[in-house]
Design a protein around this ligand. Structure first.
Ligand code: PXP
Length: 265
């Protein structure tokens, strides 16, 4: 199996949910997440990621249809493991699907999917979505039991939740960063040993102030891990775009990932 990003920088999946959140704040059609996705692709995004939540709080069904019609890069459709979402994905047939846990009250996806606890359901979803031609990834914590269950469920891919590492990075808690990074490394290696493609995402950022920096950005630290094939980044990238523009924000995150793998780049 060939893993994208194994020998060079990981691919960058840009999550455009936050553009839809901004649009929905005024209830109109601006800023348009589909236009943002097109610009992101022009600026170097390899994958466009979005999460169609049960409550449609940001991305809406019509956005999904427009994204599918407009884009030529792979779409990564994040969704909860519900009958409604599985049926929608079978209609849309995105290239990638990432199954995530979802709680109505949460602000963002907190923690990973419990594959062990709902094994039969996740396994069935993996089979259904593979039959629809989608590459299925499971968004899980870097936990040995969850990684092994993901492989047994037939998912070809996992995305390890980097939220705990990212929180330690924001807090500049170097002890927490070291231990969370080690957990990610162990999880990535375990996933690869089981033949899974291993991606990573959640909470990753670049420095929001000029160099010198006391340690690498969270994006650089995770991108440097050779087993990471794709990074999926939303909040901090769109936040960075407020200051530098979306095109530059994507260039900055991509450059960070490229330099992390090859300091001469
Ligand atoms: N990956 C998955 C599976 C997610 O659910 C999210 C958040 O929607 C992200 C990555 C991106 O997280 P963030 O917006 O914190 O960069």
């Amino acid at each position: 199996m060939i893993f994208a990003g194994a020998s060079n920088a990981p691919l960058l999946g840009v999550n455009i949910d936050h553009v839809a959140t901004l649009r929905n704040a005024r209830g109109g059609r601006f800023p348009d997440p589909v236009a943002a996705a097109e610009l992101a692709v022009e600026a170097g995004a390899d994958i466009i990621t979005f999460h169609l939540r049960e409550d449609r709080r940001h991305i809406r069904d019509e956005d999904v249809a427009r994204l599918k019609a407009a884009l030529r890069v792979p779409l990564n459709f994040e969704a909860a493991v519900t009958d409604e979402m599985l049926a929608l994905i079978e209609q849309v047939r995105p290239e990638h699907v990432c199954l995530v846990p979802e709680r109505r009250q949460e602000v963002t996806t907190e923690g990973g999917l419990d594959v062990v606890g709902q094994f039969a359901r996740v396994k069935e979803a993996c089979g259904r979505l593979a039959a629809a031609g989608c590459r299925v990834s499971l968004f899980i914590g870097a936990d040995a039991a969850q990684i092994e269950a993901s492989a047994r469920a037939g998912a070809p891919c996992v995305e390890l939740h980097t939220g705990a590492y990212a929180n330690a990075w924001w807090a500049q808690d170097q002890g927490g960063m070291a231990s969370e990074l080690q957990r990610l490394k162990d999880g990535l290696r375990r996933g690869r040993a089981l033949g899974l493609q291993t991606n990573a995402g959640h909470g990753l950022a670049v420095w929001d102030r000029p160099a010198p920096h006391p340690f690498p950005s969270s994006t650089a630290a995770v991108a440097a891990l050779p087993e990471v094939s794709e990074l999926h980044i939303g909040h901090a990238l769109i936040g960075h775009a407020v200051f530098v523009g979306l095109r530059q924000a994507i260039a900055d995150f991509k450059a960070e990932a490229v330099r992390a793998r090859d300091p001469r780049a």
